[in-house]
Design a protein around this ligand. Sequence first.
Ligand code: BTN
Length: 269
Amino acid sequence: MQPDRIREKLGRSLFAGRILFRRSLDSTNALAGDLAAGGAPEGACVLAEEQTGGRGRRGRIWLSPAYANLYISLLLRPALEADRAFVLTMLLALAAREGVEQATGVRAGIKWPNDLYVEGKKLAGILTELTAKGKDVEYVILGLGLNVNWAPGRMGDLDRPATSILAETGVPADRGDLLVRILTLFEDSYLRLKAGEVDPFYRQWNEHCLVLGREVEIESQGEKICGTALRIDRDGALILRDPQGGEQRILHGDVSLRYEGTGGKGTAS
Ligand code: BTN
């Protein structure tokens, strides 16, 4: 990747002047978190060619081979209550989904709470790490890992089905171009959010959400809950109809889709 070209293409963007590029790093989220704790202003964007300790959700590892994919972390300081911070994850997932489609034609869906999937295989994940002051957000680190030019054969090392842009299209994608599109789309939404616009994002989110209307099994805080996914509410919670006909509201968890006819779990966990 060429950080100078990326800065130039970003023009007057919030992120353009604050890109920190490293060839190798343990985790872009960790460095962005250190910068935030040291008082760095919002808009810092940490970018690495390789991560040696890439972090996933729920303590998982995010495999991050060199020169293949996108590993980025954004530092934001929104005036937002911590309970509402999910909307930021949502904006990044929507921007990544749209950026990927614009740049490569690959159409991904969003799997609650924060993954991009193509036909049951994971294309991207987001790790949101939040620090609060009282009930308000002090800062948020939004980390995105997007599988771009990871050779299909290499992904066999993963414990869950995964894919990449290269695996989907058969041609390598320009990671700089993808990054610029995603950051531009994200910034546009972020500015609209700051100006008080929220509803269109929830509509888009529900529209692209893969789990709605499906039978799902959710692992949440050590418990397994089954039911039909109805909608995502304004706090980012998944609303589920349980087998007794009641509604359950789930704030955190990992979803598995249950495919009709197989009676078993699908591959999209
Ligand atoms: C997940 O699906 O579990 C979330 C994965 C998030 C990975 C990204 S890669 C860039 C940033 N730095 C990290 O250490 N993690 C996130």
